[in-house]
Design a protein around this ligand. Structure first.
Ligand code: SF4
Ligand code: SF4
Ligand code: SF4
Length: 383
């Protein structure tokens, strides 16, 4: 099952965040505007529209900030979807969270969430270095560090989940500090009870110019891609013995064939509703009003007069047409049907073009494909 089969309705819930991550992927975008949260009117309309036109009943909460910072809104949207007359009884809920939330949130999550991906960079020193708590929130967490709160929440959820359909996994950003510690990271997560981990090599943040026109950003997102691949292969083998799933963002399609990379190519079956009322095709395009060079991914907008979503069909068709089978640089690639032309968001962020090519990433994917190759369907698709 390749990654483009992940069908769901995502809510980019709020720009508020309680951490100050060193490499926050969207801090420039969030700093340009005042704090915003999705409106319940638009969220409800999105649920009605999505359920009317899709079989999937999977909903998901994600950035641009930390979704649990708008806990009441998340609860309201979840309750609305779950009691929806059109298949609400089949609703499943996923969240990508920084994991730094209160006891009240985790008690609700235990009963309401099915898939929880924690953005978690591994051992405490690494987590606290890259993802420190915003000091404004220190009192809320009794002076604990982000790693201490996260550890406590992970352990509590895993200990209490019992027979509930809840998976608590980690989504690790690979950086300079953990790239050579992948086996140690597996052992650390194993001790906490985590059995599913996706590793995502650090990518450059989204700004108002693509990275090719702002090359100073390359230092900020350097982690050593060859080192990552080499260590990943060792860690992957080790993880199999340990009974832990250790996935790579470069291998999200190794479990199935498609010339699409991901849901971004079919945005109407996996739309993302932004805080400012747009439909985005991609996790990297979190605000619709000023997407700069990321505008190919803004595929619709809430129309407050008609109370419906306007869709930009030309952009949707352009994304539909972005396939590895039509891209020149993919023509002779052995991984063509198990890569799908790589992440569209990162490609545009780096090269300014949907059809751009990042050779270092292609080399990494091809090497992983040769060494690891195709695999059985993943239990939990990459977030
Ligand atoms: S938790 Fe996410 S949104 Fe918040 S600072 Fe970190 S990367 Fe940015
Ligand atoms: S960030 Fe990449 S993998 Fe994720 S939705 Fe966007 S294009 Fe797809
Ligand atoms: S690895 Fe590169 S060349 Fe091969 S299919 Fe993916 S994007 Fe295309």
């Amino acid at each position: 099952m390749s990654h483009c089969n992940k069908k769901m309705l995502s809510f980019f819930l709020t720009t508020k965040c309680n951490l100050c991550c060193r490499y926050c992927y969207n801090v420039e975008e969030r700093n340009r505007i005042q704090e915003q949260t999705i409106s319940f009117e638009i969220a409800k309309a999105a649920v009605d529209w999505y359920f009317e036109n899709n079989v999937s009943r999977h909903i998901r909460f994600y950035g641009p900030g930390e979704p649990t910072q708008e806990f009441e809104m998340m609860k309201e949207i979840t309750a609305y979807a779950k009691r929806h007359p059109n298949g609400g009884n089949r609703v499943t809920v996923e969240i990508q969270t920084n994991g730094v939330f209160t006891k009240e949130v985790r008690e609700w999550a235990l009963e309401n969430i099915n898939i929880m991906w924690m953005s978690f960079d591994g051992m405490k020193d690494i987590q606290d270095y890259y993802r420190p708590l915003n000091p404004k929130f220190s009192a809320v967490f009794n002076g604990q560090t982000s790693a201490e709160v996260l550890e406590s929440n992970v352990k509590w959820l895993i200990e209490h989940k019992k027979s509930r359909e809840l998976m608590v996994g980690a989504r690790v950003t690979i950086n300079k500090m953990n790239v050579n510690k992948q086996i140690d990271t597996i052992n650390y997560f194993f001790e906490l009870g985590i059995r599913y981990v996706w590793t995502d090599p650090l990518f450059c943040s989204v700004g108002n110019k693509p990275v090719c026109d702002e090359t100073s950003k390359l230092d900020e997102c350097y982690f050593g891609i060859e080192n990552y691949v080499k260590n990943y292969i060792d860690a992957y083998k080790y993880s199999k013995e340990k009974g832990v799933f250790w996935g790579s963002f470069f291998a999200v399609n190794f479990d199935g064939e498609s010339d699409y990379h991901c849901r971004c190519c079919t945005p109407l079956s996996a739309p993302h509703i932004t805080v400012d009322g747009y439909i985005s095709a991609c996790d990297m395009v979190l605000l619709g009003a000023n997407p700069y060079y990321m505008k190919p991914f803004v595929v619709g907008k809430w129309n407050s007069m008609n109370k419906s979503f306007d869709l930009y069909s030309d952009k949707i068709i352009t994304l539909n047409n972005r396939r590895s089978t039509v891209m020149q640089h993919c023509e002779h690639c052995s991984a063509k049907m198990n890569c799908g032309g790589y992440c569209l968001g990162e490609t545009v962020n780096e090269t300014g073009s949907l059809y751009g090519n990042n050779k270092a990433k292609c080399d990494a994917i091809i090497r992983l494909y040769k060494e690891i190759g195709k695999c059985e369907p993943y239990d939990y698709l990459h977030p």
